[in-house]
Write a protein that binds this ligand. Structure first.
Ligand SMILES: Cc1cc2nc3c(=O)[nH]c(=O)nc-3n(C[C@H](O)[C@H](O)[C@H](O)COP(=O)(O)O)c2cc1C
Length: 179
C-alpha cells in the first residue's frame, strides 16, 4: 500500500499531527512507509500514486489553509479521468479552538471529505471507541486544539496526539481490509 500524508502547517501543530498519524500507521503495519509531504510540494501525480491519502490542514478563518485548497484545485483534473476513484482517504485538522466550539474545524473536515467523495474515494471517519477520541476525536477525523483558554497558542496536547495516532492506525487497518 502506498500511503501519502499531505498537509499544510505554518507553526508546526498540524505537522505534529501528521507525524503522529504516521507513527500510528507504522505501529499498525510495520512494513508500511507513509510518505509525508507539505501540500505545496504535493502534485496530482503524488495523489494518483497513493492508495491511501490523508489530508491535514490548520483552520484558517473557518476553512482550510490555501495551500491545501490549491492542491485540491490542481487535483480537479483527476476527476475527468477518475484516477482517484476507490482510494481511501482520511482527514486531520488543527485549530486554535477559541470559544471551545472548534471555530470551523468540522466545516473544514467536511470540506476535505467533500473533495475526497467528489473524486470517488472512500472516506474513513473516527469511531468514538478508538483511544484518544475524547481528547482529539471528531467523528469526521482527528482534531488537535492548539490554543489555550485565552485564545493564545499553547500547542496540541499529548492526549490529542494519541488520538491522531490511533486514527492513523484505524484508517490503515480499514484500508487493508478494503483494498
Ligand atoms: C490566518 C489564521 C486564521 C485562523 N483561523 C482560525 C479559525 O477560524 N478557527 C480556529 O479554531 N483557529 C484558527 N486559527 C488558528 C490555527 O488554526 C491554529 O493555530 C492551528 O493549530 C495552526 O496550525 P499550524 O501550527 O499547523 O500552522 C487561525 C490561524 C491563522 C494564522
Amino acid at each position: 500500500m502506498n500511503i501519502l500524508i499531505a498537509y499544510h502547517s505554518d507553526y508546526g501543530n498540524t505537522a505534529r499531527m501528521a507525524d503522529a498519524i504516521a507513527a500510528g500507521i507504522r505501529a499498525a503495519r510495520p512494513e508500511a512507509s507513509p510518505l509525508l509531504k507539505q501540500a505545496q510540494d504535493t502534485t496530482p501525480d503524488d495523489l494518483v500514486r497513493a492508495d491511501v491519502i490523508f489530508f491535514g490542514t490548520p483552520v484558517h478563518m473557518g476553512s482550510m489553509a490555501w495551500p491545501m485548497k490549491k492542491l485540491i484545485d490542481e487535483a480537479g483534473k483527476l476527476w475527468m479521468e477518475g484516477s482517484l476513484e476507490g482510494k481511501v482517504g482520511g482527514v486531520f485538522v488543527s485549530g486554535g479552538g477559541f470559544g471551545n466550539g472548534g471555530g470551523g474545524v468540522e466545516t473544514t473536515m467536511i470540506a476535505l471529505h467533500a473533495h475526497f467523495l467528489e473524486q470517488g474515494m472512500i472516506v474513513i471517519g473516527f469511531p468514538k471507541s478508538l483511544p484518544g477520541y475524547a481528547d482529539g476525536g471528531l467523528h469526521w477525523g482527528a482534531y488537535g486544539r492548539s490554543g489555550n483558554h485565552e485564545g493564545m497558542p499553547a500547542g496540541i496536547s499529548d492526549a490529542a496526539l494519541v488520538a491522531a495516532r490511533s486514527y492513523g492506525a484505524h484508517v490503515i487497518e480499514t484500508a487493508a481490509s478494503l483494498l
